[in-house]
Design a protein around this ligand. Structure first.
Ligand code: UDP
Ligand code: MG
Length: 312
């Protein structure tokens, strides 16, 4: 049986040697399996590609794809899954934050037929900036309330999957991929392995606040139209309120003959601003979905490879 390990790498020249040693150890401990290491160079600006080529030079289990520019981790994972040949396939980060030492446990769970997917979950977020943990937690709360499949808080992309799961994931052909959602959406029996947060072994995180914010919006918008529905409800509520107020005003003016128009000016202004804001918000949401349709319709590939040495 062949196990494919997929490693997305973006500026990971410092971390890769550590990772390579760790996966080699796993491979030698699990000698009843064959291994392939698929490294995806996601348009790195440092010497990542040279490091990968160096590894390939001495170890032909190492395969690689090098992107023509930075396409993001989602694209890198997709490319890796596409090129993987393994009966079992795992995805793990290059920085050792997905401890390779968990892989044997994952393999055992699959061997015992406890699950089709064994996924890792972080139970602590120690060592991560507070503000990031805070927003991450809120994000998972909000998204789980809105979509019909459940995405676990602290779930990572780190997982070992059977071939049939990989094929199912690849059959989800959308371009703007939000893997955590796709993993949950394809279903299958999942077993969770919990581990503490590990700090990256070298180099630094590629996530900025802005990137994470975009990731959160992508995640929500690619899985649910609930925000649009919210805009509809809010619009309906305010339109009704406006109508009721109009009737009230007419009764006052025509039947009770009370006229005191000018003092109403401030409240009127408030209302206009508020409703204007709501309309803009609804337009923004519409824009997100239309933009998404636009990008899907173009059917562009998820990534462009500049160089590739794989079996696929
Ligand atoms: N990564 C990637 N492309 C990107 C950003 C990140 O392939 O545009 C890879 C990165 O090399 C690492 C993994 O995705 O292997 C996770 O990234 P990072 O460690 O920076 O994220 P964090 O652990 O801070 O969430
Ligand atoms: Mg990391």
């Amino acid at each position: 049986m062949l196990i494919s390990l997929i490693v997305p790498c973006y500026n990971e020249e410092e971390a890769l040697p550590f990772l390579y040693d760790a996966v080699c150890k796993v491979a030698s401990d699990e000698s009843s399996y064959d291994f392939e290491f698929i490294m995806i160079d996601d348009g790195s600006r440092d010497r990542t590609l040279e490091v990968i080529k160096g590894l390939r030079g001495k170890d032909d289990r190492v395969k690689f794809i090098s992107f023509s520019r930075n396409f993001g981790k989602e694209a890198a994972m997709y490319a890796g899954l596409q090129k993987s040949k393994g009966d079992l396939v795992a995805i793990l980060d290059a920085d050792m934050q997905d401890p390779p030492s968990l892989i044997p446990d994952m393999i055992r769970s699959i061997e015992n037929d406890e699950a089709d997917i064994v996924a890792a979950r972080r139970v602590s977020r120690e060592g991560e900036p507070r503000i990031r943990s805070f927003f991450a937690r809120k994000f998972y709360k909000i998204i789980n309330r809105m979509i019909e499949v459940e995405i676990a808080d602290g779930a990572r992309d780190f997982r070992l999957m059977k071939r049939k799961v990989v094929d199912a994931i690849l059959s989800v052909s959308e371009r703007q991929r939000f893997s955590k959602g796709i993993f949950a959406w394809v279903g299958f029996r999942t077993k969770w392995i919990e581990h503490k947060n590990v700090e990256r072994v070298a180099g630094e995180t590629k996530w900025s606040f802005w990137k994470l914010f975009k990731y959160a919006v992508d995640g929500i918008v690619s899985f649910t139209v609930a925000p649009l529905r919210f805009a509809t409800y809010a619009g309906f509520f305010f339109a009704t309120a406006g109508f009721v107020y109009l009737i009230y005003y007419f009764i006052r003016a025509i039947i009770l003959r009370i006229y005191n128009d000018v003092p109403g000016y401030p409240s009127l202004l408030c209302f206009i601003l508020f409703i204007g804001g709501l309309i803009l918000m609804a337009l923004g949401m519409l824009g997100e979905y239309i933009g998404r349709t636009f990008i899907e319709v173009k059917q562009r590939p998820v990534y462009i490879a500049a160089e590739e040495e794989t079996d696929a």
